[in-house]
Design a protein around this ligand. Structure first.
Ligand SMILES: NC(=O)c1ccc[n+]([C@@H]2O[C@H](COP(=O)([O-])OP(=O)(O)OC[C@H]3O[C@@H](n4cnc5c(N)ncnc54)[C@H](O)[C@@H]3O)[C@@H](O)[C@H]2O)c1
Length: 269
């Protein structure tokens, strides 16, 4: 049977990585974004704002799972983050419920627990929130909404605390936190196909030799088998940026740069 998967924020970086990797003969990818997109084979396009309940309920019609990526993906003033990421995630979940969607996969972030200190690595699955920014707070709120929609309505909801998803690791920190595009594909495929996952909070990261910053146990239990390692990029990144200094605050917490004073509220305009 043909299954339709709605991807919000499909025009973004991760959306672009997932499109070819989640394509399947028995699956339609319904791509939703504020930005215009062109549909390829097996794809549909919806141009909409995730805060628009009517548009989102229509977009969720006949959908078997939502991958919710849309939102502000960086630190920003509170009003913007709250509107797009907290209210937007509420609308996505509520629209999914109204349309009878059984599963939502939420792109949370390591910044929901960014202030976990190095001494506590690997960060535990379901670690209590320790957000490092308003952005991180918005992901914690999204996880709380996800929990509500699971417990009250029985929806399967998987919150993926993604670390650093990029085509390649560009910083010394990212050698530990990198999630490769192919592993992102494997991870979201596992989230789509795991049987009756219930409510989960997992980390999204590759099997980096210099990693170990976050648990992969819960993600593995859903069937995620990471294959990529930042190691082939290490020599080049270290030659350019030097060995990590454990005293550097960027390496002291899971959230890295997001934990620095440069993101104090007075500095974010
Ligand atoms: N890239 C990473 O390393 C990383 C790490 C942790 C979490 N995440 C999360 O994963 C998700 C995707 O990340 P990304 O790197 O692809 O981000 P991105 O900024 O490249 O893409 C976000 C997309 O969401 C869309 N969008 C924003 N507001 C919208 C709205 N109101 N309605 C509809 N669409 C809207 C944007 O147009 C954009 O195409 C985000 O939620 C981000 O917070 C990403």
């Amino acid at each position: 049977m043909m299954a339709t998967v709605l991807i919000t924020g499909a025009a973004g970086r991760i959306g672009g990585m997932l499109r070819p990797r989640l394509a399947a003969p028995d699956r339609v990818l319904r791509l939703l974004d504020l930005t215009a997109l062109a549909a390829g084979p097996g794809e549909e396009v919806v141009q909409a704002d995730i805060t628009d309940m009517a548009a989102m309920t229509t977009a969720c019609a006949e959908v078997s799972a939502v991958i919710h990526l849309a939102g502000i993906s960086n630190e920003a003033p509170w009003e913007h983050v709250a509107a797009a990421n907290i209210h937007g995630t509420y609308v996505v979940l509520e629209a999914a419920r109204r349309a009878g969607v059984g599963r939502v996969i939420f792109a949370s972030s390591g910044h929901a627990v960014g202030f976990i200190p190095r001494a506590a690595f690997p960060a535990a699955d379901y670690a209590f929130p320790a957000p490092d920014t308003y952005y991180g707070v918005s992901k914690v709120a999204g996880e709380a909404l996800a929990s509500l929609y699971h417990h009250r309505y029985g929806m399967d909801v998987i919150c993926v605390r993604i670390l650093t998803c990029a085509d390649r690791p560009r910083t010394v920190r990212a050698l530990a936190t990198w999630l490769s595009p192919d592993d992102a594909g494997r991870l979201f495929e596992a989230c789509l196909t795991a049987s009756e996952p219930g409510f989960r909070v997992i980390y999204g990261v590759s099997r980096n030799a210099s990693g170990g910053w976050a648990s992969l146990a819960e993600a593995s239990s859903l069937g995620y088998q990471p294959r990529d390692d930042s190691e082939p990029f290490a020599a080049e990144v270290l030659a350019e940026q030097g060995q990590p200094d454990p005293g550097d605050p960027v390496h002291a917490f899971l959230g890295g740069e997001f934990c620095l004073p440069s993101l104090d509220a007075s500095e974010v305009t």
